[in-house]
Design a binder for this molecule. Structure first.
Ligand code: ADP
Ligand code: FBP
Ligand code: MG
Length: 343
C-alpha cells in the first residue's frame, strides 16, 4: 500500500480543484492511514521537491473554495535536467513519496502518461472548464463556467435590448466549444460560434439581420478558438502562455466591427475571460470533484498507476492515460441540433 502520496494541480486553474484535494486527503487519511503532501505550482513543485504537508486540518472547508491551495503553473517536466524522469524518481524516493496524483487537463494528462511510461508511479484526475478532455463525460469546472457564462448572456441581453444592439459574448474554449454551446443554448443565443464548426461572415450577418428585423437584439456567443473561413489559426495578439502556446482571446472584438459594418447594426463585444474560471464551484462541480478525489485513492491503493479517474454516466470509472485521445470536440450532430434555432 503506497503510504505517502504527493498531489499536484497543473495547467489552468478550475473551480473544484480544492474539492478534489479535500476528497483525496480525507479518504486516504481516514480509510487507509496515508500521508499526503501537496506539490506547489504543478509539476514545478514535484520537480523541485517544493511541497507542503496536507492533513485533515489543511483541507478543512475546501469543497467550496475556488482556485487551488497548491497553486498551479504551466512549467512542465522534461525541459530541464531536474525534470528528467530519473531525477524525478530520485527526488520522490529521497522524500519518501510513493506515488503522485496529478490533477490537470489534457496537457497534464499527456505529461502524466509520458512520466508513467518512464516509470513514475502516477495517476490522473481530469480538470478543465473547457470540458475538452477525452475519457470523461464531464470535467468539474465546466458546469461553473457555463453558469457564469449563462448569467453573462442574461445580463448582456437586457442591455442589448435597451439599446437595440447586437451583443457578442466571448467565452473560453481553445479547441472545443463546449462552454459556448452549453451557455449559448441555456441563454437562448441567436448564434453560437465554436472552433469545430466554421461559419461564414455572411451566414453570421444573415442571422443577425433576421433577428434585428423582427425587433429583437441579436445575441451571439463565440468561443475564443473560433475561426472564420480563411483564418489559418485562432485569433491571438496576447503573446504566449507558460507552455509556449499562443494566448487566445479577442475574436469577439474582431467580429464586432465586421458585423456592424455589414449589417449597419451597432455591435458590442464582451470578453468574459477569467471570470468564468474564478470563484466558488457550483454544487454539481463540488460533488463531481469530491467523488473524483475519493475514487482516485482507490487507484492509488491498488497501485493502478497510469490511469485516470473519470465520469461515465453517473459512475466514476477509470481509463488508461495511454488511451486518451487528443481532444473531446463537440460532435457535428450536437452543434447542428441547436443550429436550427439560430437567427
Ligand atoms: N506533451 C507534453 N510533454 C511534457 N509536458 C507536457 C506536455 N503537454 C503538457 N505538458 C505539461 O503539462 C502542463 C499542463 O498542460 P496545459 O495544457 O498547460 O494545461 P492542462 O493540463 O490544463 O491542459 C503544461 O504546461 C506542460 O508543462
Ligand atoms: O489565461 P490562461 O491561464 O493562459 O488560460 C487560458 C486558457 O485556459 C483554458 O480555459 C483552459 O486551458 P488549459 O486546460 O490548457 O489549462 C483555455 O480555454 C484558455 O485558452
Ligand atoms: Mg490544456
Amino acid at each position: 500500500m503506497p503510504r505517502r502520496i504527493g498531489i499536484l494541480t497543473s495547467g489552468g486553474d478550475c473551480p473544484g480543484l480544492n474539492a478534489v484535494i479535500r476528497g483525496a486527503v480525507l479518504k486516504g487519511t481516514e480509510v487507509y492511514g496515508q500521508e499526503f503532501v501537496g506539490f506547489r505550482d504543478g509539476w514545478r513543485g514535484m520537480i523541485e521537491a517544493d511541497f507542503m504537508s496536507l492533513d485533515r486540518t489543511s483541507v478543512r472547508g475546501l469543497a467550496k473554495e475556488g482556485g487551488t491551495i497548491l497553486g498551479t503553473s504551466r512549467i512542465g517536466p522534461y525541459r530541464t535536467p531536474e525534470g528528467q524522469p530519473d531525477r524525478i524518481l530520485a527526488t520522490l524516493a529521497r522524500n519518501g513519496i510513493d506515488g503522485v496524483i496529478a490533477i490537470g487537463g489534457d496537457g497534464t494528462m499527456r505529461a502524466a502518461h509520458l512520466l508513467h511510461a518512464d516509470g513514475i508511479p502516477i495517476v490522473g484526475v481530469p480538470k478543465t472548464i473547457d470540458n475538452d478532455l477525452d475519457g470523461t463525460d464531464y470535467s468539474f469546472g465546466f458546469d461553473t463556467a457555463v453558469s457564469v457564462a449563462t448569467e453573462a448572456i442574461d445580463r448582456l441581453r437586457t442591455t442589448g435590448n435597451a439599446n437595440h444592439r447586437c451583443m457578442i459574448l466571448e467565452v473560453m474554449g481553445r479547441h472545443a466549444g463546449w462552454i459556448a454551446l452549453h451557455a449559448g443554448t441555456a441563454g437562448g443565443a441567436h448564434a453560437i460560434l465554436i472552433p469545430e464548426h466554421p461559419e461564414s461572415l455572411e451566414q453570421i450577418c444573415a442571422w443577425v439581420t433576421s433577428v434585428h428585423e423582427r425587433g429583437r437584439s441579436p445575441m451571439i456567443v463565440v468561443a475564443e478558438g473560433f475561426t472564420l473561413p480563411g483564418m489559418t489559426e485562432a485569433h491571438s495578439d496576447r503573446g504566449l502562455d507558460g507552455f509556449g502556446r499562443p494566448r487566445l482571446g479577442g475574436i469577439a472584438e474582431v467580429l464586432a466591427p465586421m458585423i456592424a459594418e455589414r449589417t449597419g447594426i451597432e455591435t458590442r463585444a464582451t470578453v468574459l475571460g477569467h471570470i468564468q474560471r474564478g470563484g466558488v464551484p457550483t454544487s454539481f462541480d463540488r460533488v463531481l470533484a469530491t467523488r473524483l478525489g475519493i475514487d482516485v485513492i482507490e487507484l492509488v491503493a491498488r497501485r493502478q498507476w497510469g490511469r485516470m479517474v473519470a465520469l461515465r454516466g453517473t459512475d466514476i470509472v477509470s481509463v488508461a492515460l495511454a488511451e486518451l485521445q487528443e481532444t473531446k470536440s463537440v460532435p457535428p450532430e450536437r452543434y447542428h441540433e441547436v443550429r436550427v434555432l439560430f437567427g
